[in-house]
Design a protein around this ligand. Structure first.
Ligand code: MN
Length: 261
């Protein structure tokens, strides 16, 4: 009897220690969501809508400054529960084995390295990841995929993916795969999204699947096969949430929910 009691007590202590270990990153039960930044003119830069969206979904937003220092990246990853990879400049095509197309825009080697390291290390740790625009493209590249360097010159019959309207204006339709995470978030097999890109996912990386496309076939949502924690969208859901339009909030809520486990 005494032995059983000791075993039960020991188990209780171990359970408590393990749960404390896993719970220590969260702040008051809210998950800490790291958001990738970039640097410009000697400053760390991040568009506030990403921060607002993470907060609106119930997460604690934490800005991750650009660095190629592995120790810095790993230490930050040890302190977050989920990750948002943000939008930005073009990706250096040499990373996925191509030479620059004449219409390739500005590239930033430091940010490319930072983003890829962040994604690969986060994947290894099993952290939830939401990629947005460039972040979605980098998720694919970091896992071994390739990119369309310039949609207007490389996609036949392409629609306009660089809209002139405001950030919270949905300029083109997307078709969503039934049964996907995106379908669950929107409760529909079609919706309209904003569009501020001239690049897109080309060859999909192993382990990813396409769950939404534009009418011209351009990939708009990707998800990791068998793992709803990792996904990317080509559009900018934060552009709506930051303006009080909550139609794409479910994507951020999903990330926060996955990061709360
Ligand atoms: Mn688009």
């Amino acid at each position: 009897m005494k032995n059983i009691l000791i075993i039960v007590m020991a188990l209780a202590i171990v359970t408590l220690a393990v749960s404390t270990l896993f719970a220590q990153k969260k702040s008051n039960g809210k998950p800490i969501i790291g958001i990738s930044s970039y640097s410009e003119n000697g400053k760390v830069q991040l568009n506030l809508p990403y921060v607002k969206s993470v907060r609106a979904a119930g997460g604690i937003a934490l800005v991750i400054p650009v660095t190629c220092d592995e120790e810095q990246i790993e230490a930050v990853l040890d302190h977050i529960d989920g990750l948002v990879m943000t939008g930005g400049d073009d990706v250096d095509p040499q990373i996925f084995g191509e030479q620059p197309h004449p219409r390739l825009g500005a590239v930033g080697p430091e940010r490319d390295r930072f983003d890829i390291m962040l994604i690969q290390k986060a994947l290894k740790k099993g952290l939830p990841i939401m990629g947005i625009c460039r972040g979605e493209q980098l998720l694919n590249v970091a896992m071994g995929g390739t990119m369309i360097q310039d949609i207007p010159s490389q996609v036949q019959g392409a629609i306009k993916h660089r809209q002139d309207g405001p950030r919270n204006y949905a300029s083109h339709a997307i078709k969503i795969e039934k049964g996907s995470l995106a379908y669950k978030c929107f409760g529909s097999d079609s919706t309209s999204v904003n569009s501020f890109h001239h690049q897109a996912v080309a060859k999909l990386a192993p382990g990813l699947k396409v769950t939404a496309v534009a009418p011209d076939g351009v990939i708009e949502i990707i998800e990791k096969i068998g793992d709803e924690k990792v996904f990317g969208v080509q559009f900018h859901p934060e552009g709506f949430v930051a303006e009080g339009d909550m139609r794409f909030l479910p994507l951020f809520k999903h990330l926060v929910e996955m990061s709360s486990k």
